[in-house]
Design a protein around this ligand. Sequence first.
Ligand code: CA
Length: 226
Amino acid sequence: MTEAADPATVLVVEDDRSLSAALAATLKAAGYRPVSAGSAAEGLRWFAHYAPDLVLLDLGLPDRDGLSVIREIRQRSPTPIVVLSARNAEAAKVEALDLGADDYVAKPFGVEELLARVRAGLRHGVQVRGSTPAVRVGDVEIDLGLRTVKRRGEPVKLTPKEYDVLCELALNGGRAVSHGQLLRAVWGSEKADVQYLRVYVGYLRHKLGETLFESVPRVGYRLVID
Ligand code: CA
């Protein structure tokens, strides 16, 4: 596997700049590729952009609660999440784990402890990837762990948003998925402009075949599976 040779990308979502810089330096020295975000919004943007191998997530963020970030990442990906937080309360820890975080490190933590959690998280991630089934729709195959798409065995390059739209449809089999559900899954709010969907489904039709995507009038879209 090429992943063994490539450094693992670790997304650090932390608004404390000095801690964030220290984490990035620590991760880099340990052979990882760190990507830093200072808010929940930036974290989710970089998550979609870099498809990191692991996320280190602070719960106390300036724009949104870190717990909502866990929820949003889990809707679309099994990427391991290690929560960093000063909140030592058992309730917050349990809530983070219930939402799908893989591990929890209480601040202040030592470098060795943190790196041990990162290693454990990445091992877990590889297992998740290895066991994640590929979804096959007609001549299109989607690897949900690696976020890659092939058509007739040939890799097709999709943008993160195109991938997310395709994935949401594929995970619903051939069932119609409403505009609201798609907008919520991909743009985080069903108030997002429904025109976005029209545009992205257009791109997907161009890349993966006109007939794969069916518009369901006044409802949304479905994949034509057979
Ligand atoms: Ca914070």
